[in-house]
Structures are given as structure tokens and as C-alpha cells.
Design a binder for this molecule. Sequence first.
Ligand code: NDP
Ligand code: 8X3
Length: 257
Amino acid sequence: MSASFGSIALITGASSGIGMACARVFAAAGLRLILLARRKDRLDALAADLKSEHGTDCLTVGLDVRDREAVKTFWDGLPDGWKQVDVLINNAGLSRGLDKLHEGSISDWEEMIDTNIKGLLYISRCVIPGMLGRARGSIVNLGSVAGHEVYSGGNVYCATKHAVDALTRSMRIDLVDTPVRVCAVSPGMVDTEFSEVRFHGDRERAARVYEGMQPLTAEDIADAVFYAVSRPPHVQIAEIQLFPTAQAGATCVSRKG
Ligand code: NDP
Ligand code: 8X3
């Protein structure tokens, strides 16, 4: 099976949150999926679910997108019939900490820069040439409100998402004379494992981020990603920004109770 916009989607960071929700939406649309993340056990469990729910064929790969050689080896070693990626969802990403820059952890900075910027670049460099060869493709990069605004303690995370915004707009220019479309989906607060990762596993602190307000869900974001990809070929959605109704900016959130 396939959809009018393609037959294979590659989703990075499919083991959790937004990436996992995207996998469910694109599986329901009949695509075959290449699912990447470090936690392969989770990808395998997801693939088994999608097989039984939709008959989806998934290729699951335990991969750290920061590892340039591993990304190349994964791509070069893809089995026949799996290289024709029509939909690329550059979703793998994370934040670490909310420290002031002059008190920040350099290893946290490197993790964010290497994942959110360099990982996106390594994967895109592998996938885009094939899209050009086949003259079709849709790329969705996960941006953020943090790619448009900065906030206290957001420093390096915000810088990485500003970089994603710059790379998305650059890709669109570089690909303007081709049929390949590039979109950023840029959410505000989404209730996933994101805050737990930001606070290094501190679940109580993570839960406080969403206290007294209703955040977006991963499914809300997957719906936006699917909308962008499923437009007719002559329509390129440049960016979708989404907030919860109780949010109007990075630091403007209405909390009740
Ligand atoms: P989650 O923490 O739930 O999911 C993050 C995903 O990224 C996981 O599947 C994780 O898999 C993967 N990932 C992280 N590091 C790597 C790596 N080095 N190599 C491969 N995969 C990696 O968070 P979200 O779903 O919320 O985040 C998805 C994207 O959405 C991110 O880019 C984030 O910045 C963005 N975003 C999130 C918002 C939010 O409020 N939640 C708002 C705006 C944007 P694993 O650990 O198994 O490798
Ligand atoms: C995630 C949203 O507000 O934590 O990108 O930066 S925020």
C-alpha cells in the first residue's frame, strides 16, 4: 500500500512522543516506515503494534543520529526496496537543563547541538539526493517556539531550534527548483517525555511544566505533520506553528488552579 504523496516515510526519534505519534499516523495512511532511535526495543514494540493494526511493514534501526559514521553505515546498508524515502521527518531532538549560560553544562550543550543540528544534517544529507533522483519528496523538520523566541535558561536549546529554522528555510531555497517540499512544524508545549529528558529524569519537575494548563499532545503535532505532507504536490506548507490554547508565547502561559 502507499499514499499519493509517497510509499516510505523515515522518522527519526520514533521511540517516543511526537515521532511515535507520526509513525502511527503514517502507518494508518498506508506507508512503509523506517523507524530510527537509540531505544530499538521500543521501536520493535511499535513496529509489532503497527503490523497488527494496519499491516505496516517497518524497518527498525537502533541508531544515534549524532554518530556520523553510524548514520552513513545505516544508510549505505539499507536493504533493497527501502531506500526510496518519500517522506523524511527530522524529529529526533532534545533539550537538557534550564541553566544560565555561564553556569551551563558543556556536555548538555554538546548533546543538544549534536542531536538537534548535526543529526538532522547527517540524515538529510543521506536522504535528499534520492528524493531528487526520483523527483519527489517531503521533508518535515521539528522546530519549536524556541526557534522563534528565547527564554530564560533556554539559551543553547533555543539556539539549536533557531538553527533548525535557518536550515529549514535554507533547504527550501536549495530545493526550490525541484519537486521536493520542506516544512517546519513548530510547537509550543507538548506533553511527551521532553521535559523529563530536559530535567535528566526528574519526573516531578517535568510534571510541573504542564501544571494548571492543558498542553498539546503528540497526536496534535502528528496531525499537523500529516497535513503538511498530504497537501497536493504543488502546495508547500512552509511552517505550522502550534500552541496550546492556554499559551501565547514561549513565556506566556495561562495556568488555572
Ligand atoms: P521525546 O523525548 O518524547 O522524544 C524524543 C525522541 O528523540 C525520542 O524518540 C528519542 O529516542 C529521540 N532521540 C533523542 N536523541 C536521539 C539521538 N541521539 N539519536 C536518535 N534519536 C534520538 O520528545 P518529543 O517527542 O517532544 O520531541 C520530538 C521533537 O519535538 C524534538 O525535536 C523536540 O525538540 C521537538 N519539540 C518538542 C516540544 C515539546 O514541548 N515536547 C515542543 C517543540 C518541539 P531515543 O532516546 O530512543 O534515542
Ligand atoms: C519545546 C518547547 O518551550 O520547552 O521546544 O522550548 S519549549
